[in-house]
Design a protein around this ligand. Structure first.
Ligand SMILES: [Zn+2]
Length: 301
């Protein structure tokens, strides 16, 4: 958390609030957040004084286009939150890592209790410079949009396929699963293969598809791959429609402090020991080095 649907909710709020505004100042409490730059001052020089053109998303990255060739990339990591100040006197929350002020409107703060979130200013490569894309994106993505984003922001070129932006059919998901040869749950959340999914939407999609996440990915039949693809699209679009999920322990909220609504529709995630919604078997929780999965032993083969 946040995963693709939650970052998309944040994107929509920021796009509405920030387009056309100028970044006045950026205050950085923890230099690690902008660790890709030599110094925090270098980072600030690239973004301060620039106007915001638009806000896009790829995977869990927020992409804020500035009025030159720079894109401000924000990756909230598993625990980062972007929150708008609720007025001039609103005290900074604990664990505030970065504060943006604008020529008008409230401050925007990045809050993260374990500083795993990061941001950087990416420069668009010169015309003619070749950017090597993630091999799955390069060969399998049906849409050009995500490829264009990766070419403009080379730091994101290694990122695997975004299920919403890159668009790929079940047969192409099947190729990824055949090549990966890892537990299906691990493949879903591994950003070398797919971008934007974490344990919540991996668990939910696998339940909807009736597949156990610890199975090795190359054992999926065509029918199972087709079911998994359909489940992914269904689960993500429902989560997007309902404003994302707010689940413990991070309890994600949007920049105005509002939680999502998808948590009430979760079938397995966070429901260890509770009866399965389909067959009443208690839900199992399994945690490995790579993933945390919730599933029904009976409904998922
Ligand atoms: Zn069940």
């Amino acid at each position: 958390m946040p995963e693709l649907p939650e970052v998309e909710v944040v994107r929509a709020v920021l796009a509405k609030e920030l387009a056309g505004k100028k970044i006045k100042t950026v205050a950085i409490t923890n230099g690690r957040t902008v660790g890709r730059h030599k110094t925090a001052k270098d980072f600030r020089a690239k973004v301060e004084g620039r106007a915001i053109k638009s806000v896009a998303r790829l995977g869990r990255n927020l992409l804020i286009s500035l009025d030159d060739t720079t894109t401000l990339v924000i990756d909230p990591g598993p625990t980062g939150q972007l929150l708008r100040a609720q007025g001039a006197k609103d005290a900074k929350p604990k664990h505030t890592q970065v504060v943006f002020t604008f020529t008008q409107g409230p401050e925007l703060r990045l809050i993260d209790p374990n500083p795993t979130s990061e941001m950087y200013a990416s420069e668009r490569p010169a015309d003619g410079e070749v950017v090597k894309l993630n091999k799955f994106v390069d060969r399998l993505a049906l849409s050009e949009e995500g490829k264009g984003i990766r070419r403009a922001i080379p730091e994101l070129a290694p990122l695997g396929m975004d299920p919403v932006i890159d668009q790929f059919g079940w047969d192409r998901l099947g190729i990824v699963m055949q090549v990966a040869k890892e537990p299906v749950h691990a493949v879903l959340k591994d950003e070398r293969f797919l971008a934007g999914l974490g344990d919540v939407y991996a668990s939910e999609s696998l339940f909807t598809a009736g597949i156990q996440g610890h199975r090795s990915s190359e054992t999926l039949s065509s029918i199972e791959t087709r079911r998994l693809h359909r489940a992914l699209i269904e689960v993500l679009s429902e989560a997007l429609k309902t404003g994302g999920a707010t689940v413990a322990p991070e309890n994600w909220v949007d920049p105005d402090g509002k939680g999502g609504n998808y948590q009430s529709q979760l079938q397995v995630f966070g429901r260890e020991g509770d009866p399965c919604t389909q067959c009443r078997t208690p839900i199992t929780r399994v945690e490995t080095k790579e993933y945390l999965s919730f599933y029904c032993e009976r409904c998922q083969a």
